[in-house]
Design a binder for this molecule. Structure first.
Ligand code: SF4
Length: 143
């Protein structure tokens, strides 16, 4: 599922519309496409708002608010689990039988999917790439 259901979508948009970083004229999170550097309480570094059109971004399952005003499906705990999993695969790129269920569980949780366990090497490689890309995007957004 790549889009969220209507109640979640509406809740996200409602939060954005009340947010001081929301730009009414473009409907974006900060300046359209560019974003803005902002200071967030509790964070040392400034962060950049995403510049996305929230009407579109808020529909996406994996999307999240750069200042955590609304929850993405990918929580910090899930990010940590993905990170640990990818690190273990970098050290030992073998998915043993007793680890394969963990691998699929972590992937399904991170992407809100329901993939069934398979031995298809190409599928697993594609999933690893997807997780690496998502982690990169997440780290970039976190600054
Ligand atoms: S995504 Fe977050 S920072 Fe951006 S407008 Fe919405 S609530 Fe504000």
């Amino acid at each position: 599922m790549i889009t969220v259901k209507a109640p979640e979508y509406n809740k996200r948009l409602e939060i954005c519309r009340a947010c001081p970083h929301f730009v009414e004229s473009s409907g974006s999170c900060g300046t359209f496409l560019k974003g803005d550097l902002i200071t967030v309480k509790g964070r040392k570094k400034k962060i950049r708002t995403c510049g996305c059109v929230m009407r579109i971004k808020a529909k996406l399952t994996w999307a999240s608010c750069p200042i955590n005003s609304w929850e993405g499906y990918i929580t910090k705990a899930t990010i940590k689990a993905v990170e640990t999993l990818l690190k273990s695969l970098d050290e030992k790129p073998i998915l043993k039988a007793d680890k394969i269920q963990d691998f699929f569980d972590t992937y399904n949780k991170a992407f809100n999917k329901n993939k069934q366990v398979t031995n298809c090497v190409g599928c697993v490689k594609e999933m690893i790439k997807e997780m690496k890309d998502a982690l990169k995007r997440y780290k970039h957004a976190e600054g």
